[in-house]
Design a protein around this ligand. Sequence first.
Ligand code: ADP
Ligand code: ZN
Length: 520
Amino acid sequence: MQNAALDLLRTTFGHPEFRGEQAEIVDCVAGGGDALVLMPTGGGKSLCYQLPALLRDGCGVVVSPLIALMQDQVEALRQLGVRAACLNSTLDAATAAEVERDLLAGELDLLYVAPERLLTGRCLTLLDRAKVALFAIDEAHCVSQWGHDFRPEYRQLTILHERWPGIPRIALTATADAPTRREIAERLALEDARQFVSSFDRPNIRYRVVQKDGSGQRALLDFIKDHRGDSGIVYAFSRKRVDKTAEQLQAAGIDALPYHAGMPAAERAANQRRFLQSDGVVMVATIAFGMGIDKPDVRFVAHVDLPKSIEGYYQETGRAGRDGQPAEAWLNYGLGDVVNLRLLINQGEAGEERKQLELRKLDALLGYCESTQCRRQALLGWFGEAHPGACGNCDNCLNPPESWDGTDAARKALSCVYRSGQRFGAGHVIDILRGVTTEKVQRFGHDKLSTWAIGADLDAKQWSGVFRQLVAGGLLEADVDRHNALCLTANAGPVLRGERRLSFRKEAPKAPRRRDRAAA
Ligand code: ADP
Ligand code: ZN
């Protein structure tokens, strides 16, 4: 099997060797096994189902939610001589009929199908009559109700397993923290599948987080000065901010272009084309920009506003340095951003539970910003991955910030979560720590706990910071199914046992105003 796979990799795809765990994954699925694959964007997920589809009898059926990307993939495969096609709502009836005929005649290697199309009675009976090599479920995190890409149709994909239990399935995603991973396995009936979790580390990206100092885009301009002539992406919070930032960069002589959903489609497409085809263009964009963009030499990704979550931040910064050359992820955040985002979430249409989840994600990101820990360790920790030692390639490693020893506070906080039964959110646990008698404290008899009032030395705001950093550092996890009740994770053990010390960032000193800077 290995040799046949390697031959195909070389002859058909023109790659000399497998990357990371590709070989094992291909082997597993080609041999008829189920697989759940977590690999960062750009890691090479497509080959993990394309090769087994070619190695097995019949056609590989790929469920993919993004019609535009589907067409690109089919086009690229055809150029390699692979017989690929797609079925989605953009096809006219005659073309669709032709694809169906090819499939039944055994003349297709890969068929990309939109989930809503796959679930139609017509498509299901079509697949009954065809020889299917495997099912690949791309962007598998779309099954998670808590992710931002939730697709209700993904929930019904268990039908693949029920209707064709003998056909191997491979689910793939680039976004999945441990809870999402569990949810994917459960929702897609892939509990018994082999899990392949690649490292999410992008060692060539240098992470930097800088607090806003009230000087507008001065900080961004200073940052971009070091990237003269480089391609880069600047993410901003709103369309207005995008337009304004692009203008400011242009005024400073930088080849910047705006990109957001409010622009005419033609102009947007033209800007995207220029970014992809020329060197040294800086795209200023909302997060509408980036999905499926594969430009290898993006040298920096700058956020001039706080992103919505650590997952989003990781995904967005992951667009830098795909070619493996040094690249920078730079984030400028201010507490004003937090206020804006909170307001936006609270005023949104989403249900209460969803809002709580989004607020929790925002808190975790804020914890990341405030952390004094190695950024890479913190980011990877969020995805359930340990990084051995500090990375030496992030701001906290290169210029350690002023910090205070938070080991004692962390230990108090963790014990208090534990003593109160891991059933409450941060607010209540902080009341216990500070010895604040509330109705809830009395109802649960929490003033009798050994951790009652052991944290009176810090105020509520300081404790919030401690909890934020414990969540961001992956020592505490909030359970969405139980009103964000905090629970200890395995990472809490070493701190509770006194084997690991923690440090927290000191309140940033008031930054100088722009005028003072100019005078200095
Ligand atoms: P993902 O879907 O994980 O984002 P892709 O499957 O699109 O990633 O692959 C990303 C890039 O890496 C593509 O340009 C692909 O050709 C390339 N690639 C994938 N596997 C290999 C390999 N074994 N050797 C060299 N390049 C590879
Ligand atoms: Zn580091």
